[in-house]
Design a protein around this ligand. Structure first.
Ligand code: MGD
Ligand code: MGD
Ligand code: SF4
Ligand code: MO
Length: 697
């Protein structure tokens, strides 16, 4: 293939943030390869990343022009951008006037670029006057955000991927990085192959590919993590592995922690978790004797009724052993989406403010208001993701603008989401694909430009900011998300959205970070393009970025000490199994599909690994229910049903069944949708849904 040009960019899928070189030929056809010079992946790409060109080149599903329906009884028809955005502005203005700013809101995504996120926040919080802007990061990272904030004072990931090669003990908790963060896991595999002393412990009710690679697999009963990490903490203290100097000088609240972990015997803990005393002792020994201890976690911890407390109990293991601030040590939350981190930086959720400022702090609110040139920021937290759809269902909220997320498939309890969508007065969906199920409920559909069709920045799991290049033009009339938002804002009559280009938006955001702990005021597109990626903060001229935080043991809390947070209770508070619903359903990901499949489903070679959804079930449970491998089974919860084939597997714990989260109505039926079954139970601190624990039959 003769290449017209090659551009450097970043993968649009997971939070690992691999560098990609995209080539575009004379016919505007794209092909991709791993960027050899990129510090994250050094040329490697996983199955999803290496097939991204198919997604871009196949435009058959793309939304090509705005579509609108004038009333619910009419089908949507093609309209011009002027007609669409003018109507949106009229409707939003009149709703805000009639019912107040709380009657409208945005539901956006950790896949939005930082500039898009920033503008949507400025628009809602600064100019609509409502904090009703939340994102699918609520379904994903919000438990980790709360835990980091309460432990270190800010939502700051302390370490870097380069710490992997410096560590010898890894506790992977509630995550399956072999499938979900593959290039990161590849680095870990390589490190272990070269250094046989490296030990990996995986905590998961399923024997995943990650667990199969581990030295110890703690196959716990779902929801019992806090008991497990507390028991490990107790063992560490009893066996003299705690770092007394670090605890005394650099932490708060240790005695409360000690009291809680000592209250449960190791024997009781083992029983409650469904594992052996020996496994707990061996794990504690590995962690205690290690020179570099890294914990990694994802949705098995975050998506829980006790998600924040699970996070606390895991973070406490880094504090009790003083494993932080030193090379090869630290608690490492694995970010799911490519820019969930960037979203958190610009204050992307209903209870956050830009640049890590605090919505509860009147001084911070005024600083943000002054920066944007508005009178005030509302002190009232906005609706979280699930609350927003509750409010649409009850009629308290009238309009929602959905960008880059597909809630009809991804929010819990889908039937309820359907009701909320139907009841909403006005729904705007800004997406790239006609395959997104949420479109069914849209009054106005706006076609967005996708990956490689627009420029902007993202931040990966290790705080690394990269610039994404525009390589090709979007199809039809599709426009970059940020351009759509600024155009709409101007039609609303708001000042502050007259940017000439995306770069100016980034400059405004960078200026806003000045003097904060996420200062990137010395960063700009030129530096990102010429020097490559940077890990924040980048607070001085010529600064090269910050791979590791807290090297001086000074944290961002008022006392500058890290805080042992004590879980409110050690047991899970999810709905208990019963005679009617005796099994625990957990949901999650498969290797080759991305979320609601609008992108990966288009690629035939990504469909071969799991051609259709299956229910993983242990042979003993299958025997009791008289289910054979390949039988179609009906899975029932109090919210709905799913009908899929059963796959008998000893890799899943007895009493637990697993469904992939990906399928909506792709197969022309909604009976494959895992979220028909899940509950709207959320963690009280983070408001993150309990996706990993639903009782079913
Ligand atoms: N292939 C692929 N990769 C992805 C994504 C994708 O859609 N597809 N999505 C990205 C995103 S946004 C995210 S958030 C990440 C998610 O990445 P992960 O969190 O690694 O993925 P999941 O499959 O959701 O869940 C991880 C594991 O949690 C386990 N688990 C369930 N309950 C419990 C429990 O009570 N305790 C413990 N310890 N474990 C439990 C499940 O068995 C499952 O194996 O993946 C990212 N990467
Ligand atoms: N049962 C269960 N449910 C879950 C989970 C689980 O583990 N179990 N995990 C949760 C988690 S962690 C997450 S992150 C969510 C993910 O859930 P979603 O965010 O709903 O999933 P996606 O399929 O990534 O949705 C992205 C949408 O944006 C569109 N899109 C892609 N690129 C662009 C763009 O550049 N601009 C615009 N405007 N649109 C674009 C895509 O076509 C797609 O419709 O699911 C959550 N739901
Ligand atoms: S590991 Fe993540 S960022 Fe890297 S290629 Fe795969 S999906 Fe893309
Ligand atoms: Mo996620």
């Amino acid at each position: 293939m003769i290449l017209d040009k090659k551009v450097k960019t970043t993968c649009s899928y997971c939070g690992v943030g691999c560098g990609i070189v995209a080539g575009v030929d004379a016919q505007n056809k794209v092909h991709v390869e791993g960027d050899q010079d990129h510090p994250v992946n050094q040329g490697m790409l996983c199955s999803k990343g290496m097939n991204l060109h198919y997604v871009v080149n196949d435009t058959s599903d793309r939304i090509l022009y705005p579509e609108m329906r004038w009333s619910r009884s009419h089908p949507r028809e093609r309209v011009s951008w002027d007609e669409g955005l003018d109507r949106a502005a009229r409707v939003f203005k009149s709703l805000i006037q009639k019912y107040g700013p709380k009657s409208v809101g945005f539901y956006i995504s950790g896949q939005c670029l930082t500039e898009e996120y920033y503008i949507a926040n400025k628009l809602a919080k600064g100019f609509f006057g409502t904090n009703n802007i939340d994102t699918n990061s609520r379904l994903c990272m919000s438990s980790a955000v709360v835990a980091y904030k309460k432990t270190f004072g800010e939502d700051s990931v302390p370490i870097s991927y380069e710490d992997i090669e410096l560590a010898d003990t890894f506790l992977i908790a509630g995550a399956n990085p072999a499938w979900c963060h593959p290039i990161l896991f590849r680095r870990l595999e390589k490190h272990k192959e070269k250094n046989p002393n490296v030990k990996i412990i995986v905590v998961d009710p399923r024997k995943t590919d990650s667990a199969s690679f581990a030295d110890i697999h703690l196959q716990i009963i779902p929801g019992t993590d806090i008991i497990l990490y507390n028991a490990i903490g107790r063992k560490l203290i009893e066996n003299g592995f705690s770092d007394k100097e670090f605890i005394k000088n650099h932490t708060e609240n240790y005695l409360d922690y000690r009291n809680q972990v000592m209250a449960t015997s190791i024997k009781d803990a083992a029983k409650l978790c469904g594992i052996s005393v020996k496994e707990i002792a061996e794990t504690a020994k590995l962690i205690g004797e290690s020179k570099g201890f890294i914990s990694m976690w994802a949705m098995g911890l975050n998506q829980s009724a006790v998600g924040t407390d699970k996070n606390f109990s895991l973070l406490n293991l880094s504090l009790v052993t003083g494993s932080i601030g030193k090379p090869g040590n630290g608690p490492f939350s694995l970010t799911g989406q490519p820019n969930a981190m960037g979203g958190r930086e610009v204050g992307g959720m209903a209870n956050l403010l830009a640049v890590h400022k605090d919505l509860n702090n009147p001084v911070h609110r005024q600083e943000v208001a002054n920066f944007w040139g508005v009178n005030e920021i509302s002190p009232e937290p906005g609706y979280s993701a699930t609350e927003m759809f509750d409010a649409l269902e009850s009629g308290e909220m009238k309009a929602v603008w959905i960008i880059c997320t597909n809630p009809m498939v991804s929010l819990p309890n889908s039937k309820r989401i359907e009701r909320a969508m139907k009841n909403a007065k006005f729904v705007v969906v800004q997406d790239i694909s006609h395959k997104a199920d949420t479109l069914e409920y849209a009054d106005l559909v706006l076609p967005a430009a996708g990956w490689l069709e627009k420029e902007g920045t993202m931040t990966n799991s290790e705080r690394r900011i990269s610039y994404l290049t525009k390589g090709i033009n979007p199809p039809g009339e599709a426009r970059p998300d940020v351009e759509i938002l600024c155009d709409f804002a101007r039609r609303m009559g708001f000042r502050g959205f007259n940017f000439n280009n995306t770069e100016e938006i980034y400059e405004e955001y960078c200026a806003m970070t000045k003097g904060t702990n996420i200062d990137i005021s010395f960063l700009n597109y030129d530096r990102l393009k010429s020097e490559g990626t940077f890990q924040w903060p980048v607070p001085e001229y010529r600064h090269q970025g910050t791979p590791r935080l807290f090297a001086n043991n000074k944290f961002y809390t008022p006392s500058q000490k890290a805080v042992f947070n004590i879980p409110a209770q050690i047991e899970n508070t999810s709905e208990k199994t019963s005679k009617e619903y005796p099994l625990i359903l957990t949901t999650g990901r498969i290797r080759d599909q991305w979320h609601t499949m609008t992108k990966t489903q288009k690629v035939s070679r990504l469909r071969t690994h799991y051609p259709s959804p299956v229910l993983e079930i242990n042979p003993i449970d299958a025997y009791i229910d008289k289910v054979k491998d390949g039988d179609v089974v009906e899975v029932k919860s109090k919210n709905g049903i799913v009908r899929v084939k059963a796959k008998l597997s000893k890799n899943i714990r007895e009493g637990v069944v697993f469904l992939p989260m990906h399928w909506g109505k792709q197969l022309q039926s909604d009976l494959n949708r895992a979220n028909n079954l899940t509950n709207t139970v959320v963690d009280p601190q983070s408001k993150e849904p309990d996706f990993k624990f639903t009782t079913v039959s």
